[in-house]
Design a protein around this ligand. Structure first.
Ligand code: UDP
Length: 241
């Protein structure tokens, strides 16, 4: 399958048409942004890592009953995916307080929740991705009630599967963001990516951050953290397959 015209260029990926109208190619870049595009930079090798990590995790999720857009990895940076129309919601699951949760509610980072939280924000850069609840999403016509139910069920299932997997790697899954899409036949499937760009991952033993917070917060060792987390994943994939 070959790349035809470029359909879209996002912050971290480019999307291309293919000869099959139901399939697209996503190509992962090393570009990194934070704070709604205000902070820009490059993380060398990130595209290769995020492509491989996202594909491995999506295949794991498929085996565990979560439908995803993944079709096949084409090269280090390119992956064939099912074409969907993206539901304009960022779906965030949290196991431990961090980031905007800690800021918004005035608590420290690192509080372990008795059960995970879910929140939605409206995927709209011009508005700064405002938080909304499912009634707002319904009122705005962003998704139907049934779609929101599917999204919630899948999102918590993703959390169960990934939390367990990362734990086996000595990594704590703090929080993450998912995006879902609608297929041509109206099914909800997991889309976008699952990577250190979209998850908070802390070394369980030391608490060291192994994710994009190193870039956001200028903590240094960004590339090293991405390769460390990728190495952990590689080592433990065999165990779960
Ligand atoms: N996240 C993301 N894209 C966004 C916003 C958040 O991938 O546009 C991820 C982020 O990496 C973290 C989780 O969602 O794992 C929760 O992020 P939070 O709401 O705390 O926002 P942040 O502090 O990153 O602004």
């Amino acid at each position: 399958m070959e790349k035809l015209s470029q359909l879209y260029e996002g912050k971290a990926k480019k999307v291309y048409a293919t000869e099959d109208p139901d399939l697209l190619i996503v190509s992962y870049k090393d570009d990194a942004t934070a704070f709604n595009g205000l902070k820009k930079g490059t993380i060398a090798g990130k595209g290769v890592i995020n492509n491989r990590m996202s594909n491995e995790l999506m295949q794991m999720l498929e085996r565990e009953g979560v439908p995803t857009h993944f079709v096949s990895q084409l090269s280090e940076r390119d992956t064939l995916v099912r074409r969907v129309s993206i539901v304009p919601l960022e779906v965030i699951i949290r196991n431990i307080s961090a980031g905007s949760f800690a800021k918004n509610y005035g608590v420290e980072e690192g509080i372990v929740f008795a059960s995970p939280t879910i929140e939605f924000s409206y995927k709209n850069d011009a508005l700064g991705d405002p938080l909304l609840n499912e009634y707002h999403a319904l009122a705005l016509g962003l998704a139907t009630k049934e779609e929101i139910e599917d999204i919630k069920r899948y999102a918590f299932r993703v959390n169960d599967v990934l939390k367990r997997f990362w734990l086996s790697c000595g990594v704590t899954l703090v929080d993450f963001k998912l995006e879902f899409g609608r297929t041509a036949d109206g099914k909800i499937i997991l889309a976008d990516e699952i990577s250190p760009d979209t998850c908070r991952l802390w070394d369980t033993a030391t608490g060291t951050k192994l994710d994009k917070d190193r870039f956001r917060r200028d903590l240094g060792g960004v590339e090293e953290a991405y390769s460390e987390i990728m190495g952990r994943l590689e080592k433990n994939l065999e165990v779960t397959k």
